[in-house]
Design a protein around this ligand. Structure first.
Ligand SMILES: C[S@@+](CC[C@H](N)C(=O)[O-])C[C@H]1O[C@@H](n2cnc3c(N)ncnc32)[C@H](O)[C@@H]1O
Ligand SMILES: *[C@@H]1O[C@H](CO)[C@@H](O)[C@H](O)[C@H]1NC(C)=O
Ligand SMILES: *[C@@H]1O[C@H](CO)[C@@H](O)[C@H](O)[C@H]1NC(C)=O
Ligand SMILES: *[C@@H]1O[C@H](CO)[C@@H](O)[C@H](O)[C@H]1NC(C)=O
Length: 247
């Protein structure tokens, strides 16, 4: 049916016009993305840098946390991490931290945080090399080295730490929040050291996949990339060092 708007009686025009407008609005609404799952909303409402992909499949934040806890709470694994694995991991972490000292990113006076520290071998390593004021956070505490805390919502005030170390960037469901929280709790001039994989490593507990350092440079809003080098760190191949700007 063709409607010639010009020929309609004058009194009808506002009705036809408003009908047309409301139909267009309904059509517009029906074209909007349905917001069924957590993943869809986060992936579509946030523009992610290329070379960083959030893994699909988590139906809710609770499902993501439950998945992470499944491994972290495993009693057999916790037994191994705190016995057989302990010395080897503390030794390797100590070498990384000694190296950061030589490069002047870390000193015995640095107040330090390890993000996603599990049973805290990395915290033990910091203390071993003389960085006494060190603590870790993880979903599961392991006192006194590791206290309970979600890295998407760190349990600390702003501008607290001189150094934050983490090798769990790939476990972040919201990488921009993971980085934002680190930048929030670092002091101006503070250092963030991340061990990441750029080689498409597949860990079934990872929540994102990173393929280059580019996305990190975009996620760190108030910091500068100061160094990057290849490493062999428990399956992670790259060390990046960011420094929070002094403003
Ligand atoms: C691969 S493990 C690394 C453990 C430790 N950094 C190491 O190298 O031995 C990943 C850790 O991240 C923790 N994790 C995962 N999601 C987290 C979250 N949202 N907040 C804090 N920790 C989290 C897990 O509980 C797990 O202990
Ligand atoms: C966690 O593990 C339990 C048993 O091992 C399993 O039934 C459950 O589905 C797992 N949950 C997730 C989120 O992987
Ligand atoms: C830092 O602490 C370590 C271990 O206690 C010690 O050997 C080293 O001399 C200290 N470094 C400085 C510069 O004080
Ligand atoms: C750090 O702790 C070690 C071991 O407890 C201790 O020997 C050292 O004096 C402490 N360093 C400082 C600066 O407090």
């Amino acid at each position: 049916m063709q409607i010639n708007f010009q020929k309609l009686p004058l009194a009808l025009k506002p009705f036809i016009l408003s009908l047309f407008l409301s139909l267009s609005f309904l059509a517009f609404l029906s074209l909007q993305t349905p917001r069924h799952s957590l993943h869809k909303t986060t992936a579509k409402s946030t523009v992610l840098p290329s070379n960083l992909r959030i893994r699909p499949g988590y139906s809710s934040y609770d499902a993501y946390i439950e998945h992470q806890l499944n491994k972290t709470l495993n009693p057999k694994l916790r037994q191994i991490w705190t016995t057989r694995d302990w010395n080897r991991k503390v030794r390797v972490f100590s070498e990384f931290f000694e190296n950061l000292k030589v490069r002047c990113f870390l000193s015995n006076d640095s107040k330090s945080l390890c993000v996603g520290a599990r049973v805290g071998q990395e915290v033990a390593a910091l203390k071993r090399v003389g960085v006494n004021d060190s603590v870790g956070i993880d979903l599961v505490p392991y006192p006194p080295l590791v206290i309970k805390g979600d890295f998407h919502h760190q349990p600390f005030d702003d501008n607290i730490f001189d150094l934050e170390f983490s090798n769990v960037f790939d476990h972040a469901l919201y990488p921009w929040t993971f980085v934002g929280e680190i930048e929030r709790t670092l002091k101006p001039g503070g250092i963030c050291v991340l061990h990441v994989s750029l080689s498409g490593r597949t860990d079934k507990y990872s929540a994102n996949d990173l393929y280059s350092v580019g996305p990190l440079k975009e996620l760190f809003k108030v910091s500068e990339l100061v160094e990057m080098r290849r490493i062999d760190g428990f399956g992670l191949d790259t060390e990046v060092v960011f420094r929070k700007k002094k403003k």
